[in-house]
Design a binder for this molecule. Structure first.
Ligand SMILES: Cc1cc2nc3c(=O)[nH]c(=O)nc-3n(C[C@H](O)[C@H](O)[C@H](O)COP(=O)(O)O)c2cc1C
Ligand SMILES: [Fe+2]
Ligand SMILES: [Fe+2]
Length: 402
């Protein structure tokens, strides 16, 4: 089935209501998702992207019901990742000679995944245009590292739609297609979660690219991303949000994240949270046992925070494996301008706090002292350093421009 987007543009993607995990086990989906593909039917017929390979047959069958496949003049592949290119093999069996417009890097990623099948790959660069008749053109805009080297966006003049690819998307299945018809809390929560977990590592590229797109002065009236809802009302609001988020974003929030075996480290975590409330009642605190929590949600909270406290007991001369894995993910997201403190219990050798401090510094956090390192079960003397730890965490940075 197709859904009209605007003018002669239709949505021909896949609403993925059942999706629970994305990127393997890396991203937990809470409200479904979609892979958005679009059909533009002017004098030329253009297919913008496809859907993930598990849905390829359904996608091609559906497309056949909507349009004679032979009438498709061009395919635009904005991104080589298989959630958008995954139906190409099935589709190209039917129309092997149809040219595919993509970046130079997408030729590599597409051929890398599906082999060189002799498809007519047409490499485009920022500013290249394609005339599709009726006075309308497509303009291509490379968006490298948003979030793969091969990513690009495509602007359709006349209807003034920016097909933005993964950028500005959300993992959210919206039957009604448009962001203004979706549940706003879920929509903005999912848009933020997507930015944090997929795009934040490349925030520097995002900020530069947004400035470049602004300078192109495109009269954008609609932003149609590759996942989730289409931004129709005030489409530049999400662009403004991205600019804010890409600029070392933070609110007056703190995350306390820990792992524990026998609840000693948990006790310190709770005491830190209570002390934050005591010193700064308006600061919003979230406490997570990271081994039991949805890491994408925790990371979204970390992103919103100005500081974090991270705890682990010493476990065989190191950290709990769940905390270690969580720290690896934390590091990969490249957060900026945030403080961190470390805490944990131990029995004999007690390495965990030192390791936590090193890893937090390695993840780009400004590590403050003191730390809390409790032998066996935390007692009053261990907890007595918590007010100082919290004061250091909440202190304004010496150089206030972070
Ligand atoms: C499987 C296991 C391995 C441990 N390995 C170490 C260790 O190598 N060095 C150490 O100082 N303590 C070690 N401990 C002791 C814990 O760090 C100690 O019991 C601590 O109080 C547990 O904190 P928790 O209540 O937050 O789980 C180990 C405990 C367990 C159960
Ligand atoms: Fe992607
Ligand atoms: Fe995607």
């Amino acid at each position: 089935m197709r859904k009209q987007v605007k003018g002669n543009v239709s949505w021909v993607g896949y609403l993925d209501w059942e999706l629970q995990l994305f990127h393997g086990h890396d991203y937990r989906i809470e409200h479904g998702s979609s892979q958005n593909a679009y059909l533009i039917e002017e004098e030329k017929t253009v297919l913008v992207d496809t859907v993930w390979s598990p849905h390829r047959s359904e996608f091609v069958e559906n497309l056949k019901r909507e349009v004679d496949l032979k009438s498709i003049d061009f395919i635009v592949a904005n991104h080589g990742e298989c959630d958008h290119s995954g139906s190409l093999v099935e589709l190209m069996k039917e129309i092997p000679d149809t040219p595919i417009y993509c970046t130079k890097s997408a030729v590599k990623s597409i051929q890398g995944q599906y082999g060189d099948r002799g498809w007519d790959m047409r490499v485009v660069k920022t500013g290249d245009t394609l005339d599709i008749g009726n006075g309308k053109t497509l303009t291509f805009i490379e968006t490298p590292m948003m979030h793969w080297p091969d990513s690009m966006a495509t602007f359709l003049s006349g209807d003034n739609i920016l097909f933005s690819m993964d950028a500005f998307g959300q993992h959210y299945a919206v039957e009604d297609l448009y962001a203004d018809l979706a549940d706003q809390d879920i929509l903005w929560g999912e848009a933020l979660k997507y930015f944090v977990n997929i795009l934040n590592p490349f925030a520097g590229f995002v900020a530069k690219k947004l400035a470049e797109i602004e300078a192109m002065d495109l009269p954008i009236e609609m932003i149609a991303p590759s996942h989730g809802a289409i931004w129709r009302e005030d489409p530049l609001k999400i662009v403004g949000k991205y600019a804010e988020w890409a600029d070392a974003y933070q609110e007056d929030r703190v995350v306390v994240a820990y792992g524990t075996m026998w609840k000693g480290t948990e006790r310190i975590a709770h005491a830190i949270a209570d002390e934050i409330y005591r010193q700064s009642p308006t600061t919003n605190v979230h406490v997570f046992d990271v081994e039991a929590s949805d890491k994408n949600e925790v990371m979204t909270e970390v992103f919103r925070s100005r500081a974090i406290a991270v705890g682990s007991p010493t476990y065989i001369n190191g950290l709990l494996a769940g905390v270690e894995g969580w720290l690896a993910f934390l590091r990969s997201l490249k957060f900026k301008g945030k403080k961190a403190a470390a805490f944990g219990c131990y029995g004999w050798s007690g390495e965990s706090v030192r390791i936590l401090q090193d890893k937090l510094a390695g993840a780009g956090f400004d590590v403050v002292e003191p730390s809390i390192r409790a032998n066996w079960v935390p007692d009053e003397s261990d907890l007595s350093a918590i007010p100082d730890l919290v004061r250091a965490l909440l202190a304004e940075p010496a150089n206030a421009d972070v």
